[in-house]
Design a protein around this ligand. Structure first.
Ligand code: SAM
Length: 289
């Protein structure tokens, strides 16, 4: 029995006692910066119960007890996964890809090389959208010039992203011609699935990075995508993450956040450029200067 007890029924009526909810909330905040508001209690209970059943635990209580003993292991990661939403799509919030083409790439293409970082890349739709944008703009030079670093806290989504295989319906809004250029069609048992061509996949390096942990020494980057993740964080965590990523931007480098997110009311050192686009002070360097 967990300290404080737990009020979860095995029949699917998955209510959590306030004590257990508080323990889940504490673990999510400490490990991933995720701020589970009181109103999320039912959602949390339902997701815990779902994972408990999927992993063969007799109750959510037993499952959460195992997670607590797991300190930083797979079970803890699995719970964090269950508590976050990985929703994403190809060319989500298309204004960012237009801005990349019209404003950022003209400078970057004159360099000898550059790396773009997507710091909450989920199942890969975002980094593949960046990769295709680069290929469309830079053509045969792309492989020599550009790299994408795609990271997420979740090893599960990273594995799916790295495989680069998606069911056909994910590409519904993209033309047949687009599909022919960038995808390979699955056959046999892979019928109905598409995989990105090697020249697209080769541009991306996938890596697990928890934005709550100290960041490695690489960078700085001319552009960081940090889209649709700040919704999980409370204000102090948002400020901490924005400060850490600002330090990872080149002078004049850009930060993209989700269109429903904003840095209003946060303390930060970035300049607002347009909706969901921010820039670090200074001039983004072109090549040879
Ligand atoms: C809703 S998805 C956003 C995907 C993509 N950026 C987009 O806008 O379509 C949010 C992602 O943030 C990741 N995430 C949550 N907490 C994180 C943390 N502390 N460090 C890194 N990634 C985190 C989740 O695993 C999830 O894949």
């Amino acid at each position: 029995m967990l300290s404080g007890g737990v009020g979860i029924s095995n029949s699917g009526d998955a209510r959590l006692s306030p004590h257990v909810f508080a323990a889940v909330k504490d673990l999510a905040y400490r490990t991933a910066g995720i701020d589970l508001q009181i109103g999320k209690q039912e959602m949390v209970a339902a997701r815990l119960w779902k994972r408990a059943r999927a992993l063969g635990y007799a109750s959510a209580e037993e499952y959460f007890g195992a997670v607590q003993r797991d300190h930083g292991g797979e079970l803890e990661l699995d719970l964090i996964d269950a508590l976050t939403t990985n929703f994403t799509s190809f060319f989500r919030e298309p204004a960012h890809f237009e801005f990349l083409k019209s404003t950022i790439l003209p400078k970057l293409r004159t360099r000898s090389n550059f790396t773009i970082w997507t710091a909450a890349s989920s199942t890969g739709e975002e980094p593949y959208s960046i990769a295709v944008t680069l290929l469309e703009e830079l053509g045969a030079e792309t492989g020599r010039l550009a790299k994408i670093r795609a990271s997420d806290i979740s090893t599960k989504v990273l594995k799916r992203a790295e495989a680069g295989v998606y069911p056909e319906e994910r590409f519904q809004r993209l033309s047949q011609d687009w599909r022919r250029r960038y995808l390979l069609r699955g056959t046999g048992s892979r019928e109905g699935e598409f995989r990105f061509r090697p020249e697209v996949r080769e541009l991306i390096r996938f890596e697990r990075i928890n934005l709550m942990e100290p960041l490695s020494a690489d960078g700085p980057f001319p552009l960081i995508f940090l889209r649709n993740i700040m919704i999980y964080f409370d204000r102090p965590t948002q400020e901490k993450v924005i400060a850490a990523l600002t330090a990872k931007l080149e002078p004049g480098g850009y930060l993209f956040i989700g269109h429903s997110e904003s840095l209003n009311g946060l303390s930060h050192r970035l300049e607002h450029v347009q909706v969901a686009v921010y820039r670090k002070q200074g001039e983004l360097k072109a090549g040879n200067n």
